[in-house]
Design a protein around this ligand. Structure first.
Ligand SMILES: [Fe+2]
Ligand SMILES: [Fe+2]
Length: 172
C-alpha cells in the first residue's frame, strides 16, 4: 500500500504542482497573445498580429505536453489561467509585456527543471528544459521587434500595415 510518505508519491505530487502551475502560465500566455492578435489585426498590423497568433499556437502545444505528463503521473489537469488578460492595445507596450512574460516563463521553467532533477524526475525535467528553449526563442523574437520599433520608429509598423513585409516578423 502506498502511503503519502512514499518518496515516489511525494516526488510525483511535487512534479504535478509544477506542471499544473505551468499549465496556468501557458493558458495566460495563450489568452494574452490572442488578445494582442485580435487588436493588432484590427489595427491593420498583419505581420505582428500573425507573430502573436503563431506564438499562441506554440503555447497551446506547451499545454498539451504538460497535460500529457500530468496524466502520465496520474494527476488532473487544472485548466485555469494564472492571470487575467492585460488590456494593452499599444504595439510597443504589447511587445514589452510579452517579453516580460517570456522572461518570467524561462526563469520559472529553468527552476522547475532543477527541482525535477532534485526529485529524480528526469521525464518532467526534460519537458521543462524543452520549454525553456522555446520561451527563450519567443523572447528573442519579441525583443527583435521592440528593437526594430526603437530603431526605425512608427514607420516600421506603418510599413507592416502596407504589406511591405510578407513574412511574419521574426519568422525563420
Ligand atoms: Fe510556453
Ligand atoms: Fe512563450
Amino acid at each position: 500500500m502506498i502511503s503519502t510518505a512514499d518518496p515516489q508519491t511525494v516526488a510525483n505530487q511535487s512534479s504535478l504542482e509544477l506542471l499544473n502551475r505551468s499549465v496556468a502560465d501557458e493558458l495566460h500566455a495563450v489568452h494574452q497573445y490572442m488578445y494582442f492578435h485580435f487588436h493588432l489585426d484590427d489595427q491593420g498590423l498583419g505581420p505582428l498580429a500573425r507573430l502573436f497568433k503563431q506564438t499562441a499556437i506554440v503555447e497551446m502545444g506547451h499545454i498539451e505536453k504538460l497535460a500529457e505528463r500530468i496524466l502520465f503521473l496520474k494527476g488532473e489537469v487544472e485548466m485555469a489561467a494564472a492571470e487575467s488578460v492585460a488590456t494593452i492595445t499599444d504595439p510597443s507596450a504589447m511587445l514589452a509585456k510579452a517579453a516580460e512574460m517570456e522572461q518570467g516563463s524561462a526563469r520559472d521553467y529553468n527552476r522547475a527543471a532543477q527541482q525535477c532533477a532534485a526529485l529524480a524526475d528526469a521525464g518532467t525535467q526534460h519537458i521543462f528544459e524543452q520549454l525553456v528553449a522555446d520561451e527563450e526563442s519567443h523572447l528573442d523574437r519579441f525583443e527583435k521587434q521592440l528593437d526594430h520599433i526603437k530603431r526605425f520608429g512608427p514607420s516600421y509598423l506603418a510599413l507592416q500595415s502596407f504589406g511591405a513585409l510578407n513574412e511574419p516578423p521574426g519568422a525563420e
